[in-house]
Design a protein. Structure first.
Length: 65
């Protein structure tokens, strides 16, 4: 598995995931919306840690220099 995410891509994904977690913790989101957004946040964090986004593959994209 080849990495296809650059530093800024990882940074933005982590910031968005942390923002979702804080919104949930502060009570701004709840119910089904919270579950869906927290799953998305988990996926964003996981792909950031791997440095690989499977959605980039079909488009032959890479944000890594």
């Amino acid at each position: 598995m080849m990495q296809n995410m650059g530093m800024w891509d990882k940074f933005i994904r982590i910031v968005v995931a942390i923002g979702i977690a804080f919104a949930w913790a502060a009570g701004y989101i709840g119910g089904i919306l919270a579950i869906v957004l927290l799953l998305i946040a988990g996926i964003l964090l996981f792909t950031s840690m791997l440095g690989f986004c499977p959605l980039y593959m079909p488009f032959h994209m890479s944000t890594k220099r």
